[in-house]
Design a protein around this ligand. Structure first.
Ligand SMILES: *Cc1c(COP(=O)(O)O)cnc(C)c1O
Length: 421
């Protein structure tokens, strides 16, 4: 039984008791033509801008203006070590040790870099397993890795599909695939939280299954980072990647994160693509001939990083740190549980939530399937001042985010939906 109640007064009461309510004021909330706040449920696509981001970026612009190249060492936040300002909070958010995490490059690029090291096909074991409705970029990336190694991308790609008439992937089916062809699968690469259904996979369970069958296991956590408790270290996953512009509010196209489990920190036998930023920090600028591998996830860096983008990540992570990631997860469960309650209360046959109802198997996103794949409902919601996103063939993805969405947002959204239905 749900402990939620109907009515606006109840939503207001939940907002009053919300320890994170004041954080909304730390963000720019997009407005409609009349200057009213839009209901923004699209943090799963592009998180909103913290008001502090401008200051953080301006600081670096100023140091560049005033110091030029000296900013690398003399700036207020010396650029040479700038990525280290991000490590502690990022590690905390994804549940890793500090040396297991690095911010670098963009997401799909990092996925490829990880596969350079962790997809090592042999004649017998060369296939890659992904979930059937994986994010297109991930699917294209693994297909191109198969081709790059000389395999047929149709034959080499194994899909973990939902059963006919079902939306969510079932672990029994994954077990069956592995029982049948586990010895041919080199790599399991799953979206930690599926972008379409919002299903949060059991990373540890998948990793254990994969390892038992001799497969390497990695996750794309673009929809998980900042949204759910990934606990990457304890999951035992070999690697993970994610972006910082969705639930981590770091701006369009901002840098990506990567995790490499500490058991791989010093491995010399892995294939790697390297650059000067993969080299031992102590001797990097001696510009020596011989390469000396930097240990840990940092050792996968190639280039000196874009500081302006990192400044935006730093601003955002400082907000997360102030709010406390545990508080964010706790509020998120309430916010989404309340959202689910109100949608179910509508009891309308044209819409159905396909996201798992178990709060431990989802983040904040609810994917609402619309009967007859009717996109007009989404477009009407937009016209009514709400920002959600439509995904083909038939889903409206709605993500109430704990840092800047309120219980009143959720209530108001469902009121507008009710009118349109
Ligand atoms: C958002 C997202 C991407 C986008 O990749 P970019 O390289 O950042 O453009 C890729 N994969 C998943 C699972 C995503 O959610």
């Amino acid at each position: 039984m749900s402990h939620y109640k109907s009515g606006l007064e109840y939503a207001k009461q939940l907002d009053q008791n919300d320890v994170l309510a004041s954080f909304r004021n730390q963000f720019h909330i997009p407005k409609d033509k009349n200057g009213n706040d839009l209901i923004y449920f699209c943090g799963n696509s592009l998180g909103l801008q913290p008001k502090s981001t401008k200051e953080y970026i301006n600081q670096e612009l100023e140091d560049w203006a005033n110091l030029g190249v000296e900013g690398h060492t003399e700036g207020k936040n010396p650029w040479l070590h700038y990525h280290e300002f991000l490590t502690e909070t990022m590690a905390n958010v994804v549940g890793s040790k500090e040396k297991e995490v690095i911010v670098m490059n963009s997401l799909t690029a990092n996925l490829h870099l990880m596969m350079v090291s962790f997809y090592k096909p042999t004649a017998k074991r060369y296939k890659i397993l992904i979930e059937a409705d994986a994010f297109p970029s991930d699917k294209y990336a693994v297909e191109s890795q198969l081709r790059h190694h000389g395999y047929n991308d149709k034959e080499g790609l194994v899909l973990w599909k939902a059963r006919k008439g079902e939306e969510l992937a079932n672990y029994n089916d994954l077990e069956a695939i592995l029982a049948e062809q586990g010895d041919e699968i080199a790599l399991i690469m799953i979206g930690g939280v599926n972008y379409y259904t919002g299903q949060f996979f059991d990373l540890k369970r998948i990793t254990d299954l994969g390892h038992k069958n001799g497969c390497v296991v990695g996750f794309d956590c673009a929809h998980g980072a900042g949204n759910v408790d990934l606990d990457l270290h304890n999951s035992g996953a070999d690697f993970a990647v994610w972006c910082s512009y969705k639930y981590l509010n770091s701006g369009p196209g901002s840098l990506s994160g990567a995790f490499v489990h500490e058991r791989h920190a010093n491995r010399k036998d892995l294939n790697r693509f390297t650059g000067w930023w993969s080299h031992n920090k102590k001797t990097r600028f001696k510009m020596r001939d011989e390469f000396d591998q930097l240990e840990g996830a940092e050792g996968w860096q190639l280039s000196n990083p874009p500081i302006l983008s990192m400044a935006a990540i730093r601003a955002s992570l400082d907000v997360v740190k102030e709010a406390g990631f545990k508080n964010m997860i706790a509020k998120s469960k309430e916010l989404t549980g309340y959202f689910e309650f109100l949608i179910n209360e509508l009891n309308h046959s044209d819409i159905k939530i396909i996201t798992p109802s178990n709060p431990d198997q989802r983040g904040c996103q609810l994917s609402i399937q619309v009967k007859n794949a009717d996109r007009t409902l989404h477009d009407k919601l937009t016209a009514a001042g709400t920002i959600t996103d439509w995904r083909e063939p038939d889903v409206i993805r709605c993500a109430p985010v704990p840092l800047y969405n309120s219980f009143t947002d959720v209530f108001e959204f469902v009121e507008r939906l009710k009118k349109l239905l």
